[in-house]
Ligand binder design. Structure first.
Ligand code: ANZ
Ligand code: ZN
Length: 837
């Protein structure tokens, strides 16, 4: 064996086998502090993609670093195994969704193991297993008994390609999030979860999530969409007992109201439509439309005058027309509004179209519609007040006169969980002709999916199954039917991380163990889950808490949303997308097709996707460079939360670097020792301090850069350094590489320690020797507009942002800025900060 070339195949295979035999990553019950590191569980599509590799490389680096720091780490993995692709595959390849899924899991598990991630495989969970979804059915029943689940006929988003209902969250720009098909509206009986009853605590508790990226908490805040305002009751002119209730955020503009508008699905609309065929046509037209807010906001505003009039609550001599309008959502507020064209753009557009009055009630010298602050005018007792004050007074007046009240509304909708699909968790309900919807008895759980299903016609195979759904009512014994809807697969992913804690528990959750292990300390996954999965999982935690399973409010303490893995795109002359390995450099250095030699057009880097073929298969990388190089590469150069641009040179570079570490360590161990005093040990502790800090902040790209520098120092000074000092240095070098490249690190560890059975994973992180790590301080001069104003001492090579921060807090600088922010701050590293304002 040539010791100068790192034999990654044999080394990686050897250690993976050994780790497995030692059960090295099995979490034990110890007295060590706990650390739960979790990566979002994958859908078993069949093969890992680079996004997975990045996600799990980040998680594994954290898990290994925490273990080295003395934590008892829980690091599980599982499969989000229900869902539509399995059914589609079954239809296309004439196989069974379950079989397809199991095969995919086996394939992907092999790949994960080949990457050497430190998962505790004994806790593996596949959500399509009755062992899992049976407990989920119990949770469903618990929620049902708590009144958190209900069934109602409602308008739903129907994906005509997937033949199923979609949640609002799954409609993107009016299309199905997965199929891309234009979504239609249908009226169906649906099971829904009352996530709205937790709207307030889901919003308030965002404050607790200090370890989450701000952009994610912001997205959730917007999604929950709390609006404060009032409910106003307008009396109908023809029937003054009935009122039309509207929700408004701007009750202070009531004197500027010139119409009311109601949804096409409002009960009042139905009343009028019963006698008005034209209105019926208009309603039908509205119902075809997609009613997600984004769709509604862009559609042309249309209305239909019902002929009804309502009495103005603050001026009984005034009446307003009532329109049915296509922009009024039935499931927001009360499904009705009053329009104030002078101060709302949409109302203005509507009023212009239907020639309704535009009366300004907030003073402005800008043109209408004006939506800013100001003093109220043309509004009787509200005149002269600020908008905020007038709002308060208007609400008090409405309350005192019994015409309304203060009201808070949320944009968040209840979560509709019914799916008309086979490959999902059966909803444990039986429909009895006399008793209605009856929960399946707990002793009859799990309700297991039948194996023998056919996909030969559209619709739900569970519904077509000859026997499965026919059962007797648990209450009265009458012939009844099982619910044939299955649950949205987001249901499974809302609680899997609690099941890992004790996957064999005979209850859904092991209360005591959850008490110990939750919350998850680090959760890593894609930002595309910012509002769906992450909101549902938060809701589940609170609902399960209220069902007595847990005592905690929030499931995920720290969240890392990793950026996408991007690659440039290639197209041939005909516009066909090409795979990266179909492209090479021609004689003139320009890109050409490998086979035809034809010219290739390079497009900018975009998220790797099948459709654009800008993919690199992780398997190929593992085969040609090894797991460590793949992991090292995907963590270098870019912080975890940024998009990662593929760079083949950097991949080669990662591989070459690991070889270099290998060679350098061998060379210095083997060198004849004519050693003396060097600065290497001091340097090593200085780098150890920087590396530790980088790992603490999950700045793996920084850690890698520091590691490269430390290797260079070892290369330069290693052979001249005293053996026992050198030994310490090499250990630091190896241990600080281990979270990212654990195989080579373990092998080198055995060589440096001379113990072929040493287990690096059991080694604690090296302790920083503060005296050795101490760096002389340097002085940074601080100028304001080019004049010297002071100075401060700091460590050499401090970040520019650190220097800038420090300079801006100097009293002399604060005084000169007087609370203004500087125009520019120029930092010359290690020397000077110049503040310009
Ligand atoms: C009168 C008014 C005057 C309004 C004004 C705005 C400006 P946010 O802030 O998003 O909560 N609205 C109420 N219910 C609605 C529904 N079901 N569908 C569509 N729009 C509805 O929006 C609240 C505002 O949206 C409410 O305040 C109402 O119009 C409208 F100068 O009431 B406003
Ligand atoms: Zn019955």
């Amino acid at each position: 064996m040539n010791p100068r070339i790192y034999p990654f195949q044999s080394v990686e295979e050897k250690w993976q086998r050994t780790w497995d035999q030692l059960n090295l990553y099995t979490t034990k019950e110890t007295n060590k502090p706990k650390c739960y590191v979790l990566e979002m569980l994958p859908y078993p599509s069949g093969r890992l993609h680079m996004g997975h590799v990045r996600n799990y490389a980040i998680g594994d680096a954290i898990a290994r670093f925490k273990a080295a720091q003395g934590f008892e780490v829980l690091h599980p993995m599982g499969w989000d195994a229900f869902g539509l692709p399995a059914e589609n595959a079954a239809i296309q390849h004439n196989t069974h969704p379950g079989l397809w899924t199991i095969q995919n899991i086996a394939e992907m598990k092999k790949q994960l193991q080949r990457l050497g991630f430190s998962y505790d495989w004994q806790r593996e969970v596949a959500t399509c297993n009755p062992d899992y979804y049976g407990h989920e059915q119990k949770i469903f029943l618990d929620f049902y008994k708590k009144g958190l689940i209900y069934r109602k006929e409602s308008w739903v988003n129907w994906d005509p390609m997937e033949n199923t209902v979609l949640a609002n969250e799954q409609v993107v720009n009016g299309r199905g999030w997965r199929s891309g098909a234009v979504v239609e509206k249908r009226k169906l009986n649906q099971w829904s979860i009352k996530i709205t009853s937790y709207a307030d605590s889901l919003l308030k508790d965002l404050n607790q999530l200090k370890g989450w990226p701000e952009k994610v908490t912001k997205m959730q805040e917007n999604w929950i969409g709390r609006s404060e305002g009032a409910l106003v009751k307008f009396k109908l002119q023809h029937d003054q007992i009935q009122t039309l209730d509207v929700f408004t955020t701007r009750p202070e503009t009531l004197f500027g109201a010139s119409f009311c508008a109601i949804s096409a699905n409002h009960p009042l609309t139905e009343q009028v439509a019963a006698q008005n065929p034209d209105l019926r046509d208009f309603v039908a037209e509205c119902q075809k439309m997609i009613t997600t807010e984004e769709a509604v906001s862009t559609v042309e505003k249309k209305g239909f005058d019902t002929g009804l009039r309502v009495i103005h609550p603050l001026d009984e001599h005034k009446t307003l027309p009532v329109y049915v309008a296509n922009f009024v959502l039935m499931d927001y507020g009360t499904g009705a509004l009053f329009g104030c064209p002078a101060h709302d753009e949409r109302d203005f557009e509507f009023a212009t179209k239907y020639q309704l009055p535009v009366q300004a009630v907030v003073q402005t010298n800008q043109h209408l519609p004006y939506t800013g602050p100001g003093l109220v005018i043309n509004s009787g007792f509200l005149n002269g007040l600020t908008v905020e004050k007038a709002r308060e007074i208007a609400i008090r007046h409405l309350e005192e006169t019994g015409q309304g009240e203060g009201r808070t509304t949320y944009r968040l909708r209840d979560w509709s969980v019914s799916r008309q699909r086979y490959w999902g968790c059966p909803i444990p309900i039986i429909h009895c002709p006399s008793c209605g919807a009856v929960p399946v008895s707990e002793k009859d759980l799990p309700v297991i999916l039948p194996q023998d299903v056919a996909f030969d016609k559209p619709g739900n195979p569970l519904d077509h199954h000859p026997t499965w759904k026919h059962v007797d009512c648990p209450t009265c014994g009458q012939k009844s039917c099982r619910e044939t809807d299955t649950l949205d697969t987001f249901f499974e992913s809302s609680w899997y991380f609690m099941r890992y804690i004790n996957p064999n528990c005979d209850q859904p959750l092991d209360r005591e163990a959850c008490q110990k292990w939750l919350p998850v300390d680090w959760y890593i996954g894609g930002v595309e889950h910012a509002v769906l999965h992450l909101l549902y999982a938060r809701f589940f935690t609170k609902a399960l808490r209220d069902c007595g399973y847990l005592t905690l409010d929030e499931p995920f303490q720290n969240l890392i949303t990793q950026g996408m893995v991007c690659h440039e795109t290639y197209q041939d002359a005909k516009g066909q997308w090409l795979y990266p390995d179909e492209v090479t450099k021609g004689d003139d250095g320009k890109p050409v097709h490998v086979q035809t030699g034809e010219k290739v057009v390079i497009g900018r880097a975009e998220k790797m996707s099948k459709s654009k073929r800008n993919l690199v298969d992780p398997q190929q990388i593992m085969d040609s460079y090894g797991a460590d190089a793949a992991r090292f590469f995907i963590l270098s150069d870019t912080p975890p939360d940024r998009d990662f641009d593929w760079n083949t040179e950097a991949l080669d570079g990662a591989w070459r670097y690991l070889n270099r570490v290998w060679r350098v360590i061998h060379e210095v161990i083997d060198a004849p020792k004519s050693a003396g005093e060097t600065t290497l040990l001091k340097k090593a502790h200085q780098y150890l301090a920087k590396l530790t800090d980088a790992y603490e902040r999950n700045a793996f790209n920084k850690a890698i850069a520091f590691h490269r520098e430390l290797t260079r120092e070892v290369e330069e000074q290693g052979e001249k350094t005293l053996p026992d000092q050198l030994n310490q240095v090499l250990k630091i070098l190896i241990q600080t590489l281990a979270p990212i490249a654990p195989h080579i690190a373990h092998e080198l560890w055995c060589q440096v320690t001379g113990d072929p059975h040493a287990v690096l994973h059991h080694q604690l992180w090296p302790t920083i020797d503060a005296t050795l790590a101490a760096v002389e301080e340097i002085t940074i001069a601080v100028q304001v507009n080019g004049k010297l104003k002071g100075s401060f001492a700091t460590a050499p090579d401090s970040d520019t942002s650190v220097l800038e921060q420090h300079a801006l807090t100097l009293p002399a600088v604060v005084e000169m800025l007087q609370g203004n922010s500087p125009k520019r701050v120029i930092v010359v590293p290690n020397r000077i900060v110049n503040v310009v304002f």
